[in-house]
Design a protein around this ligand. Structure first.
Ligand code: ADP
Ligand code: CIR
Length: 433
């Protein structure tokens, strides 16, 4: 951890030194963490024609993109884009990382967007009561989005973060004035600079209340991956959210992506949050000044390559006391991994599971998958997970049974529990943020 290549070294004047330093550090890291994709693809990239032709300025931007993977040696991806153009400008690097992470062995897949879920489930209805649930589940679908006109959060300075928030105020006003939404803006921004007050500023207590209610995001500055990438810089300037009057529609601003747009409610019909988010996105996109960054190959552009494509995470909170009876999510992950499902805690990523065995599960895939398929995958995933949860326990051997013999010396080693990694072709290897 810590800045492996010092910022002082990263100047336009000493391009060669920076290149050698990056390659050397990447080689060293790969010896310990061979799955660090940033390091794996950085070396051939800097040796390629494209890499060698980078201008001094572009090389510095490239360094900003990959610094997180050098500083955080255990990174699975280890890179974030600083502007939507970076996916093209540093295409030789990002393309290799993206197709590896998202399991595109062909190297040529192109993302397609499709929100038409009328054909999934029974006539578009995904009712978890059919899976045996008699209590409502907490359901949430979010997408990451970024505006073309702004840098991605890693490259924004404080002034741009404030400018972005101020531009979004127009869009939030349009939503507040729309009878389908209404709502409130909650902002953490201390001030708008030059003595200008922030009319939507909330207290620390209100912030914590909103985090506890799953409405606002946690302190990003505590995340070393985001910190190295500059994504959490200037915290908490330019950070906050809009929430609709009924509480179900939320737009975060200033998190890992400029915008995280979501719909969340307790209920039985998964399609309700999915369809409402689709409707809300159409409303948001129709507002003046909202023009989302997209890529011909990778769909919606996001800061982290793991979220490209749909930018979608569709999740439910589900109670699985049997699979979590040891107090950890280890067994749940073992079951969910081959199903292409991620397991998180009840407070989101990197938080513990609930004391009653509640976990957050969501399909892991985001890119080269259609939106409608993600929500269907969630439904099918819940069904398969609950089948495991409700499986009768294996009977204990009778007391009089002779003790099991020790395996012969040549016996193969006991198979390790699978890591939280899906088969490459089916789903991305790491958890997506
Ligand atoms: P993201 O989903 O945007 O990648 P996190 O995993 O950190 O980010 O979750 C953000 C917040 O959303 C957390 O408070 C988390 O508990 C909440 N959340 C996610 N899914 C659900 C859900 N199905 N029901 C209630 N809250 C949820
Ligand atoms: C990494 O490279 O491991 C981090 N930057 C996170 C990447 C994807 N998100 C995640 O695993 N939650």
């Amino acid at each position: 951890m810590g800045g492996a290549v010092s910022v002082e070294e990263a100047t336009a004047e000493n391009k060669d030194k920076l290149i050698e330093s990056l390659k050397g550090k990447a080689t060293e890291i790969l010896g310990k963490f061979p799955d660090n994709r940033c390091c794996k693809y950085l070396i051939p990239y800097l040796d390629s024609e494209e890499g060698k032709a980078l201008s001094n300025e572009d090389l510095l931007t490239f360094y900003q993109c990959v610094r997180t993977g050098i500083d955080n040696e255990d990174s699975g991806l280890g890179c974030y884009a600083m502007t939507p153009d970076d996916y093209t400008k540093f295409g030789g690097f990002f393309n290799a990382v993206i197709r590896d992470y998202h399991g595109d062995a062909t190297g040529t897949a192109v993302h397609e967007t499709d929100w038409d879920a009328s054909g999934v489930g029974e006539g578009g209805v995904l009712d978890v009561r059919k899976l045996g649930f008699d209590q409502e589940l907490s359901m949430r679908v979010r997408v990451g989005r970024n505006l073309k006109a702004f840098n991605l959060p890693g490259k924004m300075d404080q002034a741009e973060r404030i400018k972005f928030e101020q531009q979004m105020l127009g869009a939030f006003k349009a939503l507040c004035d729309n009878p389908d939404y209404g709502g409130t803006i909650y902002s953490m921004t201390p001030d708008f600079g030059e003595g200008v007050e922030n009319p939507n500023k909330i207290s620390d207590e209100k912030y914590q209340e909103l985090v506890d209610a799953h409405v606002l995001f946690k302190d990003m500055d505590a995340d070393p991956f985001l910190k190295s990438a500059g994504i959490s810089s200037d915290w908490p300037y330019g950070r906050g959210c809009w929430q609709s009057a009924d509480g179900q529609c939320i737009i975060w601003f200033g998190e890992e992506d400029q915008l995280r747009i979501m719909c969340m409610k307790k209920g039985f019909l998964l399609n309700e949050v999915f369809d409402r988010l689709n409707t809300m996105l159409k409303t948001v996109e129709s507002i003046d000044g909202i023009d989302f960054a997209t890529s011909a190959d990778y769909g919606y552009v996001t800061s982290c390559p793991s979220n490209l494509g749909t930018g979608m995470r569709a999740s439910v909170h589900v109670k699985i006391p049997n699979l979590t009876s040891d107090g950890t999510d280890a067994k749940a992950k073992e079951v969910c991994n081959p199903l292409g499902l991620s397991v998180r805690g009840t407070g989101g990523e990197h938080t513990p599971i609930g004391a009653d065995g509640t976990v957050d599960i969501s399909p892991r895939a985001r890119l080269f998958i259609k939106e409608k398929d993600i929500i269907e995958k969630l439904y099918k995933g819940i069904e398969l997970l609950m089948a495991e949860e409700n499986k009768p326990k294996e009977e204990a051997p009778p007391a009089e049974a002779p003790p099991a013999e020790a395996p012969p010396a040549e016996a193969p080693p006991v198979e390790e529990a699978p890591k939280e990694e899906a088969p490459k072709e089916e789903a991305p290897k790491e958890e997506a943020a």
